[in-house]
Design a protein around this ligand. Structure first.
Ligand SMILES: Cc1cc2nc3c(=O)[nH]c(=O)nc-3n(C[C@H](O)[C@H](O)[C@H](O)COP(=O)(O)O)c2cc1C
Length: 360
């Protein structure tokens, strides 16, 4: 099943393996595509993955969360992003762009000393930062930034767009009752907390029409007190489905929930696919494609998830840092990724570029 073709909206994928968004730290200092990024993504395309989702790409300068991330907050970026999509297409690959604003999980050192912005001024014990509450005008400006980024993404030739609505970044912060304590149009009950994402999605569609799919990565569970749980998230997913979103990638956790998103030491099959039950719940209740990410290391587990109808597509991040050609290896009989989930690749501020640092 893993190597059957799959149609994600109108995008034909050669198999059901997805490279989940993975920041590369390979953009230049101003966020432009470099030769290193093109080479890196061509290796993924050559390695046989059905769909590549880029690392997080910045929609507005106030949302930079990591150094040397790709940017799309200005038309100047389109030309080089087009070189990237052309290169991936030349190898028969399909590529979606992940659009992000880092919200409260940004560091003042990357913001020229400014405090990060967020729906509400809720202290983050993991970064020890209290963000500044956004004004109504700022909220409208960031929505507009997502919409302009979507237009640029289409011009740059991406096959689809993924809104980063997970992992405690800005979109997740609006959805979550933990980080959104507002009492105006943008906060309060679940319907009002949904307004920010709803406006982004609806205005993106108005801007780009239905020419490319729009999907989302979202948390099933925030794993913090007062945060979203999987039943809250399911309601959000149902709202998104009724708006017409094309697929949902199920993840979880935020910085302050600890190692919930990118879990360590996934060595046994029972540890794999750690968001599997949430994806299964989403699959039961939704009619749109569900993508499962998180700790999938073996072909056996991936196939089992598909056979049990717990997801439609299987996404991998760390295994493809270690082995960009893992899909081809799976196809030729290998069963298990060499990745030991040591998270050496996550030392963003130490590594020159994101890469596997495992010794063996
Ligand atoms: C080095 C690194 C960078 C990541 N960057 C992103 C990112 O830009 N956007 C995102 O949604 N998730 C990001 N993640 C999370 C992964 O997409 C994925 O959800 C997580 O690693 C679990 O999948 P895995 O067990 O296959 O690695 C990153 C993970 C790693 C290890």
């Amino acid at each position: 099943m893993l190597f059957e073709e799959y149609n994600l909206a109108d995008v034909k994928l050669k198999n059901r393996l997805v490279r989940s968004a993975t920041y590369e730290k390979r953009a230049d200092i101003d966020g432009f595509v470099t030769d290193s990024i093109i080479e890196f993504y061509c290796d993924l395309a050559k390695g046989g993955v059905g769909l590549i989702i880029t690392g997080n790409v910045l929609v507005h300068v106030s949302g930079i969360s990591v150094p040397n991330m790709l940017c799309i907050h200005n038309d100047y970026y389109i030309k080089k992003l087009k070189l990237l999509t052309d290169s991936v297409h030349n190898y028969g690959g399909k590529i979606f762009i992940q659009l992000v604003h880092g919200g409260r999980q940004c560091f003042p050192s990357l913001l020229g000393g400014q405090s990060p912005i967020a729906p509400s001024a809720v202290y983050d014990p993991s970064t020890k930062i209290t963000p500044r509450e956004m004004s109504n005008e700022e909220i409208l400006e960031i929505i507009d930034a997502f919409v302009s980024a979507a237009r640029r993404s289409v011009e740059a030739g991406f096959d689809g767009i993924q809104i980063h609505g997970a992992h405690g970044y800005l979109v997740n912060e609006f959805l979550s009752p933990h980080t959104n304590r507002r009492t105006d149009y943008w906060g309060g009950d679940e319907e009002r907390r949904f307004h920010f994402l709803e406006e982004i999605y609806e205005l993106m569609r108005k801007e780009i029409g239905y020419s490319v799919p729009i999907i989302i990565k979202m948390n099933a569970d925030d794993y913090v007190d007062r945060g979203l749980t999987q039943y809250d998230s399911l309601k959000i997913a149902l709202r998104l489905q009724s708006l017409g979103i094309n697929a949902i990638e199920v993840s979880g956790g935020m910085y302050e929930s600890g190692n919930k998103t990118v879990r360590l030491n996934i060595l046994q099959p029972e540890q794999e696919a750690y968001f599997r039950s949430s994806a299964g719940l989403f699959k039961q209740e939704l009619n749109i494609p569900v993508i499962l990410v998180g700790g999938i290391r073996s072909k056996t587990v991936a196939e089992d998830v598909l056979h049990k109808n717990e997801a439609d597509l299987i996404a991998l991040a760390r295994p493809l840092i270690r082995e960009p050609d893992l899909p081809l290896k799976f196809q030729h009989g290998k069963d298990k990724s060499d990745c030991i989930s040591c998270n050496g690749c996550m030392r963003f501020f130490k590594l020159e570029v994101v890469k596997c640092t495992q010794l063996q």
